[in-house]
Structures are given as structure tokens and as C-alpha cells.
Design a protein around this ligand. Structure first.
Ligand SMILES: [Zn+2]
Length: 147
């Protein structure tokens, strides 16, 4: 075990998604997974994610203007699902309406897309989490942590 393997390495595509599409810095990517920039750099090297030349924030396009680049933004996306689609009261997995707790569970990792969420009861959400690839991110945002 060293500093690069002490933390479970995320899938390459989520790192690329955050780094290229979301335009996060390596430091910000690190913040998402609660690791240092050094660890992120190590992951990139290992997975072959090419580091880009540092660019200034003010050169970002409008499409990224709402993106703050930290976990708080993800949480804001998640909250937006509740405000736009309401609080779930039925499970789309098992169909129950008897559960005490329902969550909006993200499906494919597009946390910014309000349509990429499914209503789930707490127990289906917990089962679903076992299949989620980016469990670190998913837990941080959709947190079925109440279990
Ligand atoms: Zn269910």
C-alpha cells in the first residue's frame, strides 16, 4: 500500500468526465474523492488520463458557468431534482408505496441531468448501490447513508 493505492481508484471515465467535461482541476477532482492532488495525479498516470495545460478560470465557456467545481455543486444538482421533480413517494424498482424513505438515486453518473435520477425506496437504493461503479461519488451525492 502506498499513497496511490490507499484510496480505491475511480473508473477512468468518471475521472475524465470530471476533468475534461466538467473542467475541474486535479485539486478539485481530489476534493470529490477526498484525496490530495498528488493521488489524483497518480491515478491519471496509471489510467492514462492526459493532464491538460492549466488554463485560467475566466476562459471557461458559459456552459460551465454554473459549475462551481466541488461536491457542493453536485449536491445542488441533487437538490434541484427534488425541487423540479418533487419528493419521491413510490419506488420505480419494486413499486412499493409503503416505504418510510425514498431517494432520488442517480442512474448513470450524469448528476447534473435531472432526468438521470430514479425514485427508489431505501432498500432498493441500497441494493442498487452495489451495482454503482462510482460508489464514492454516488454515496456523496445520493447518499443512502441512512442505512
Ligand atoms: Zn424499492
Amino acid at each position: 500500500m502506498n499513497q496511490y493505492t490507499a484510496h480505491p481508484m475511480p473508473e477512468k471515465y468518471i475521472l475524465e468526465h470530471l476533468y475534461y467535461e466538467k473542467d475541474l482541476t486535479q485539486v478539485e477532482v481530489g476534493r470529490v474523492f477526498n484525496v490530495s492532488q498528488k493521488v489524483v495525479f497518480g491515478w491519471f498516470k496509471k489510467l492514462g488520463v492526459k493532464s491538460r495545460v492549466a488554463k485560467k478560470r475566466d476562459q471557461r465557456g458559459d456552459k460551465n458557468s454554473s459549475w462551481k467545481g466541488d461536491i457542493a455543486s453536485y449536491e445542488a444538482f441533487h437538490k434541484r431534482v427534488y425541487s423540479l421533480r418533487g419528493s419521491p413517494s413510490v419506488c420505480e424498482e419494486c413499486g412499493t408505496t409503503e416505504s418510510k424513505n425514498y431517494d432520488w438515486a442517480n442512474i448513470t453518473g450524469k448528476y447534473e441531468d435531472v432526468n438521470d435520477y430514479k425514485r427508489m425506496c431505501r432498500s432498493c437504493h441500497a441494493k442498487y448501490d452495489n451495482k454503482v461503479k462510482n460508489i464514492t461519488v454516488h454515496r456523496l451525492i445520493c447518499g443512502s447513508g441512512g442505512l
